[in-house]
Ligand binder design. Structure first.
Ligand code: AHR
Length: 328
């Protein structure tokens, strides 16, 4: 009986030791954990699978790093973001992070944050300001490079198909936002020296699926079978445009070359089906960098001014059978 009791005690202790070793190892992953840190995060909205994936990642990584998160969703309105940042200041958060919906119009509120001594991290998108030192850093994709990758793909595709003239329509993201400006500029620069390329029209689709459909309908009414290429600044607008192209009697991916940006699961599935030709990746998984940077800023350390994640391109030039689940 006594021996049985001792056996049970030894087994229980072993299990407890294994559990504490397991969690000990897990904690080592986040050696910078800082449960004292309060981070205010103002998100743009929920306009796309990308944005929802980005929100989920921010929330998961805040929990992973033991950071308290004050999260505010601005529902696509700059004034809501400005109000949220003012609430963060009033609440005396340690660090503010936000994804600015557009580039201009932030000076006043960011000066208020600066005067309150609260460091600000730009996430995903940039601001445009003449003021120095309003923000500590930017963590987000290289949108210009994404546009260049899209343009370079198109040149390769036109070569492969032996096209002499290439008429492009562009459905852009939110006017005056960083991804809209940079994706447009990168693409335009990449095709500038190729005399076959003509942009028929660029039209604002606001990164929304419904607007993507409306814009495509307008473009089809205006240009019909003149359209060779649809360059869309995000997956959501692309997925809105495709049914319109089919309804007008064209086969997307064959009658028209379809180029998208983001790389969410839905667009990758359509790419595999052949209705999209190319998807340039833009990863929403910025949470880890945001949390690590917030911890450093809170400790008064220097941080990198600009962090771009690694990104890739998926297209009909490749074997698409082994793409790992995208997670957004
Ligand atoms: O700023 C990133 C862009 O915003 C993504 O491409 C788009 O899907 C999102 O809404």
């Amino acid at each position: 009986m006594k021996l049985k009791k001792i056996g049970i005690i030894i087994i229980t202790m072993s299990i407890l030791m294994a559990i504490s070793l397991f969690f000990g190892c897990q904690n080592k992953e986040n050696t910078q954990s800082n449960p004292e840190l309060l981070l205010g995060f103002s998100q743009i909205g929920s306009e796309s699978a990308w944005r929802i994936g980005n929100t989920n990642d921010i929330e998961e990584q805040a929990a992973n790093y033991g950071i308290s998160l004050m999260f505010e969703n601005a529902n696509q309105k700059q004034e809501n973001q400005i109000a949220a940042i003012r609430r963060f200041i009033a609440y005396k958060v340690d660090v503010i992070a936000f994804s600015p919906i557009v580039e201009e119009g932030w000076d006043n509120v960011l000066l208020e944050a600066k005067n309150a001594g609260i460091p600000v991290i730009l996430v995903d998108r940039d601001i445009s300001s003449k003021e120095e030192g309003l923000t500590a850093c930017l963590i987000g994709a290289d949108f210009y490079k994404e546009g260049v990758m899209a343009g370079e793909y198109l040149i390769r595709k036109a070569d492969a198909l032996g096209l002499d003239d290439v008429n492009i329509v562009e459905i852009t993201g939110t006017d005056n936002s960083t991804p809209m400006r940079q994706r447009q500029a990168g693409f335009a620069d990449a095709i500038a020296q190729d005399e076959r390329m003509h942009i028929l029209e660029s039209i604002d689709g606001d990164f929304l699926k419904s607007r993507g459909a409306e814009c495509m309908k307008t473009l089809l009414d205006r240009y019909g079978d003149k359209i060779d290429v649809v360059y869309s600044h995000n997956d959501e607008m692309t997925l809105g445009a495709l049914p319109e192209i089919e309804a007008a009697g064209f086969v997307p991916g064959q009658d028209m070359i379809i180029i998208s940006i983001d790389g969410g699961q839905d667009a990758i599935d359509v790419l595999k089906s052949g209705k999209i030709n190319c998807v340039v990746e833009c990863t929403p998984k910025l949470g880890k960098e945001v949390m690590e940077t917030a911890i450093r800023l809170n400790n008064g350390e220097e941080v990198e001014k600009l962090i771009h994640p690694e990104e890739q391109i998926f297209s009909d030039e490749q074997d698409l059978s082994n793409i790992a689940p995208r997670g957004y």
